[in-house]
Write a protein that binds this ligand. Structure first.
Ligand code: ZN
Length: 266
């Protein structure tokens, strides 16, 4: 047999193998008290661990807001980035959408989508599954979005104006991602006068989690948790600031002063 005559056999074998793999891949659904989890059969061994993260995240979210989720939601565990991208392309009606390498999950009122966390190490550029605290915080972050969406005028956040900083800041703060390391970075940036001059810029750049999370932390400390809960329903910046009876300029100044003043711990 010449070298070349073997190629069709190899190609054919690959086709057969890939169709066998596809035939093996099957989505499974499990129904739990307030959510249903859908996963590919390749994650059968992992789903118990994932459910523990979700259950713990639900407790954190409900304790933070002092209330329960209003309605059931779905959790989709995608076996790879391609599967997640296909989902987002459909959901967001953006057929050409390609996710950035740091994106691994999303959350809205009715559902969470995430790449199978054990594959974050290979399918993402920023997240390590083995860092259990950060993995938990990330899953809790998405659950905060789901809770927030259930009380928001725009449950999937598709119709929001100027509140990216609040949506992301709330999920960052309530999930514990505004930790001392993150706040130290924000404080340093503020001391060097390198911080956004307007709320619309908070959820941009390398420190977007830090800036947005620290702003919601400040609102929580100044106005209280009941006010945070009252803000969940607003889908635009004007209504949100009106509910706080504060101008954007005053809020920014007071946030800056608070961040600078609290030099030890927040
Ligand atoms: Zn988020």
């Amino acid at each position: 047999m010449s070298k070349n005559s073997r190629i069709p056999f190899i190609v054919c074998s690959l086709v057969l193998f890939s169709s066998w793999v596809q035939a093996e891949s099957k989505w499974i659904t499990e129904t739990h008290k307030i959510y249903s989890i859908h996963y590919d059969s390749v994650d059968k061994q992992n789903v118990k661990e994932y459910k523990a993260f979700i259950d713990s995240g639900i407790l954190t979210v409900q304790a933070f807001f002092g209330g329960s989720f209003k309605s059931r939601f779905e959790v989709n565990i995608h076996p790879n980035r391609k599967s997640l991208d296909t989902q987002w392309q459909t959901d967001w009606k953006m057929p050409d959408f390609k996710s950035e390498c740091w994106m691994v999950a999303s959350g809205v009122a009715g559902k969470l989508d995430m790449i199978s966390p054990k594959r974050w190490d290979t399918e993402s550029c920023e997240h390590k599954y083995a860092d259990k605290i950060k993995t938990q915080q990330l899953i809790t972050h998405e659950l905060v979005h789901a809770y927030h969406g259930q009380f928001n005028a725009s449950p999937d956040f598709s119709d929001v104006t100027g509140i990216d900083w609040f949506v992301e800041g709330l999920a960052t703060y309530a999930s514990g991602q505004s930790d001392s390391a993150s706040l130290a970075e924000v404080r340093k940036a503020v001391s060097e006068n390198k911080f956004p001059a307007e709320l619309d810029k908070f959820w941009t750049g390398k420190l977007r989690y830090g800036f947005s999370g620290s702003m919601v932390l400040f609102i929580d400390k100044k106005f209280g948790r009941a006010k945070i809960i009252e803000l969940l329903k607003f889908n635009n910046k004007k209504d949100l600031l009106a509910a706080l009876s504060i101008s954007e300029e005053e809020l920014l100044n007071e946030w800056k002063e608070y961040i600078s003043r609290h030099t030890v711990s927040l």
